[in-house]
Design a protein around this ligand. Structure first.
Ligand code: ZN
Length: 251
């Protein structure tokens, strides 16, 4: 960033750290700058023009001043607040987990815009209670890493090109599929039933607007969730602090 420059950008607050009496340092996901740090001085004062737009999970229009080490918030206007997140511990736990995942991926360029869109859509669905939380979690985990460039090969069995029929094994470390027979030859037990496999392909490949529109039986959802979580963690190669809490809340 060029120090001294002023710019206006939308951004989603994914982390806030309180400093002293009334200041906050925000970590904000923006479509063009990726993840940035923003100093929001005085934003915890009720009279501050930054007060309502700088809270955790606020999606706001920020007017920023480029400082030496981080941006300084001059002004911020709320675009969207996800009130429902604050109404249940489960919803907040999942939102915190998605935020940590997004910040760990910390994409730049066009990938930042895609991840921002995915995160906003996910927070909306969590907030409104429109989809089961485990489904939102699984979609986010797989789609976020796909958008970041880690698309697994979900076309067919790597061993024999079988497309569907029966259970499949998703190998997260190699990012590929094996049918039950080919998996058995490698001493692997299938981890996807047909519904879970279909959902996995759907999440990775379908256009943005449709990623959340599927429904599968609870048992298939569990299998899907195990696979997407393991794959995301493998890609990130880093433990997530919020994961245990999500497990406690969503189980
Ligand atoms: Zn096969």
């Amino acid at each position: 960033m060029a120090a001294g420059m002023q710019l206006v950008t939308p951004g989603l607050v994914l982390r806030e750290v309180k400093i002293g009496e009334a200041d906050r340092i925000l970590t904000v996901l923006t479509p063009e700058l990726g993840v940035i740090s923003v100093s929001a001085k005085g934003s915890l004062r009720l009279k501050s023009k930054l007060f309502s737009a700088c809270g955790l999970f606020c999606y706001s229009e920020f007017t920023l001043f480029a400082g030496k080490n981080m941006y300084l918030a001059n002004d911020a206007q709320v675009k969207k607040v996800f009130f429902g997140l604050h109404e249940s511990v489960e919803a907040m736990a999942l939102a915190m987990y998605l935020a940590e995942l997004a910040l760990t991926l910390s994409p730049v360029g066009g990938e930042a815009e895609a991840l921002l869109r995915l995160t906003l859509n996910s927070l909306y669905l969590i907030s409104e209670g429109k989809k089961p939380l485990p489904q939102i979690k699984a979609v986010f985990e797989l789609r976020a890493v796909c958008e970041a460039g880690f698309m697994p090969d979900l076309l067919c069995c790597r061993g024999c090109q079988k497309y569907d029929g029966g259970d499949f094994y998703f190998d997260g470390s190699a990012g590929l599929l094996l049918c039950a027979d080919c998996a058995a030859r490698q001493n692997k037990t299938p981890n996807l039933d047909p519904a879970a496999l279909l959902a996995l392909r759907h999440i990775a490949l379908v256009e943005d607007k449709k990623i959340f529109s599927f429904s599968i039986p609870p048992k298939s959802m569990e299998a899907l969730g195990r696979v997407t979580e393991r794959y995301a963690l493998q890609v990130l190669d880093k433990p997530l602090k919020t994961l245990d809490f999500v497990h406690t809340m969503l189980s």
